[in-house]
Ligand binder design. Structure first.
Ligand SMILES: *Cc1c(COP(=O)(O)O)cnc(C)c1O
Length: 379
């Protein structure tokens, strides 16, 4: 690997090592291995919303019926794209306090046999829940619809078995658990999905949203010549992020994320004040823990007070309608770290105390540390 290092004459991020077609293809192969897929992987030169929109616009057309599973804000976004492609959209949602069940999906598919596309988010960093994709994938596969999965917040944080789970279109980004760049992303495309996309006259062509352009000009051409100048800085950063995961080992990275979620949940359980938003441990995303602010206390004030106590912690207020009640403790990427998690709890405790909420930060630190250590030694 050629590291991106400063040299005497150039700033750190300029005059990078060359990124030719062979290297670009090798980075794609590393990403495919991480996603546990043997399908084609299309790298897209933009943030992960780009391949998510590309999947929907490529696979869905007027006459399609889509099942959109809503477990957080991204599901709402998908619904808009699906409708704008002319699809009939059936939505099911789970409250943000839990996960969608495979039975709910099976029932929707039974009621609407015409469903030919299912969109699902694996884990939601924004709402802190994670969905049972293996079981849902089996139900969707039996029905015969295509399954699109948003795995941006799960890749690296929890197991992601793209092919084993029957995911036809699996989208990842580098910016969450991979601790990498946000400006490139990737999508795996199954043979079934390529057939559907190729048969769709509405699928984008000669467009930044086109999966077919990349198939024709890059994959089918043997990945020997890049169609455009690649996002070199981001691609090299993505390679380093994936290499770093391989060095640490993916299971160790996943364990760190699980330990972080277990620690925050255990700490909050004895802190006093906020409670985990997601009720059951198995529905809690390893990438982020969401908390319900204590009654009568505004979540945004808790976050401001916590950040006033320690501005370095990855604690934030939720966006949109949940802003007043939901506190989000991120623990993905480099923040899936024992010291960072303990600092986040300490900052929350200080913020809550400043607002007059009675808290026991020593108990929280003890419980969180024990939960972290337990999760690591159980792995
Ligand atoms: C973070 C995330 C994305 C990427 O969106 P951003 O707006 O760039 O953060 C997409 N899907 C999910 C589920 C995510 O958590």
């Amino acid at each position: 690997m050629t590291a991106v290092t400063a040299n005497a004459d150039a700033p750190l991020l300029l005059d990078l090592p060359p990124l030719d077609a062979a290297r670009f293809a090798r980075i794609e192969d590393k990403v495919a291995a991480l996603m546990r897929t043997r399908c084609d992987v299309v790298t897209m030169q933009g943030e992960a919303l780009l391949p998510l929109e590309a999947c929907i616009r490529s696979a869905v057309r007027p006459g399609s019926t889509a099942l959109n599973v809503i477990t957080g804000p991204y599901g709402e976004t998908f619904g808009g794209w699906l409708r704008s492609c002319g699809a009939e959209v059936i939505s099911i949602s789970a409250p943000f306090t839990g996960a969608v069940s495979p039975e709910q999906v099976a029932e929707a598919l039974r009621e609407h046999p015409e469903i030919d596309f299912v969109s699902l988010v694996h884990a939601e960093a924004a709402t802190g829940n994670t969905n049972p994709v293996a079981e849902i994938g089996a139900v969707v596969r039996e029905h015969g619809a295509l399954l699109m999965l948003d795995a941006v917040a799960s890749v690296g944080a929890e197991p992601l078995l793209t092919d084993d789970w029957g995911v036809d279109l699996c989208v990842i980004g580098g910016q969450k658990a991979l601790a990498g760049p946000a400006g490139v992303s990737a999508v795996s495309v199954s043979a079934r999905a390529w057939e559907r996309i190729a048969a769709n006259e509405q699928a984008p062509r000669r467009s930044y949203l086109s999966l077919l352009d990349w198939k024709e000009r890059w994959i089918d051409a043997g990945r020997t010549a890049l169609p455009h100048a690649p996002a070199q800085l981001e691609m090299l950063a993505l390679e380093q992020a994936v290499d770093r995961i391989e060095e640490e080992r993916l299971d160790a990275v996943i364990t760190r994320h699980r330990a972080a979620a277990a620690a925050v949940r255990a700490g909050v359980a004895v802190l006093g004040g906020p409670v985990p938003y997601v009720i059951r441990d198995e529905h809690a995303a390893p990438a982020a823990t969401t908390l319900r602010a204590p009654a009568g206390v505004d979540a945004r004030e808790v976050v401001s007070a916590a950040l006033a106590a320690d501005g370095s912690v990855p604690v934030q207020a939720a966006a949109g309608a949940l802003a007043a009640e939901m506190i989000r403790v991120n623990h993905y990427g480099r923040a899936a770290d024992r010291a960072v998690v303990l600092a986040s709890l300490a900052a929350l405790a200080a913020g809550l105390r400043a607002l007059g909420v009675a808290v026991d930060e020593d108990a929280a630190a003890g419980a969180a540390g024990a939960a972290w250590d337990g999760a690591v030694s159980a792995a």
